[in-house]
Design a protein around this ligand. Sequence first.
Ligand SMILES: Cc1cc2nc3c(=O)[nH]c(=O)nc-3n(C[C@H](O)[C@H](O)[C@H](O)COP(=O)(O)OP(=O)(O)OC[C@H]3O[C@@H](n4cnc5c(N)ncnc54)[C@H](O)[C@@H]3O)c2cc1C
Length: 303
Amino acid sequence: MNTAKRLLTLAESLGCSAKENEPMSLHTTFKIGGKAKLFIKVNSKENFRTLLLKAKDFGMPINVIGNGSNMLVTDDDIDAVFFQLSGGEFDEIKLIDDTTIVCGAGVSLAKLCLFACENSLTGLEFAYGIPALLGGAVFMNSGAYNGEIGNVIVSCTHITPNGEFQTLPKSALDFSYRNSAYKSNGCYVTDVMIKLCKGNKSEINDKMKDYMARRRDKQPLEFPSAGSVFKRPENHFAGALIEQCGLKGKTIGGAQISRKHAGFIINIGNATCADVLDLIEFTRNTVLAETGVELEPEVLLIK
Ligand SMILES: Cc1cc2nc3c(=O)[nH]c(=O)nc-3n(C[C@H](O)[C@H](O)[C@H](O)COP(=O)(O)OP(=O)(O)OC[C@H]3O[C@@H](n4cnc5c(N)ncnc54)[C@H](O)[C@@H]3O)c2cc1C
């Protein structure tokens, strides 16, 4: 039996769902990506540790995916195992005192925001509408409307590449604009402690609805995408620069610069990773030549 089959058998014996040759286009909001050797939905920390260490033993490259909303995955097949933290303790949200939440890394930000609202807790409204799982949001330090996930975090628990669980306080997690310690420490977030403030439920609800309405108004949510493709350059907005260069609607293959929001590249039908990469390069070159500003991709290339 090859190593992927052995890992699949082990995952299934632990009650995890596992698939071989799984199209990653099914797991990314861009709807782009070749087949992963193995895709495992892992349902507990202990099972995650077991499978992670076994994959490492087998020498299989390892990826962890959240909701796939900031990923551009290669069109080629990928000789790696992808883990998604899903169900069981990864899906739990608990209130441990009036204002402190402990939450599994597999919880969606939408569910977490609704939980906070239900408990009249304010501070997370900005995150409603970011289509992330909490682990991916921490990795990216996602943010919007002057809020960032790092601002509300007390501590994160993660598993190290050697299979040890550790809890680190926010001060050790290096949060900055779209950045966290997880971009370089090789650890995987398993659960997160969050501190919010007591607020008024209907005001929290109104704020969340307002942010969502603004997104629907300004963003091309009807098309597959990975949100804003580029980071915000200092003193500029990427979308405004791209628009200024007349690139709205620019299309390569199935990838297009959104006419609604120039910061988004959308998949208008069967876009490939190569189409998106070509469009990113074209955009960067044009914006640099015409405005002198260098755009840095926010979206992560997975190959
Ligand atoms: C329509 C749309 C709107 C968006 N709006 C915003 C916005 O307003 N603000 C914003 O910041 N972003 C936005 N995004 C981008 C995206 O949602 C965020 O970057 C988000 O944080 C990615 O989360 P994810 O769970 O999808 O992570 P993924 O894309 O699945 O993964 C991102 C990275 O996180 C890593 N990762 C995932 N889970 C874990 C874990 N448990 N432990 C360690 N590493 C992990 C992955 O390995 C990968 O490197 C938007 C995207 C879309 C499609």
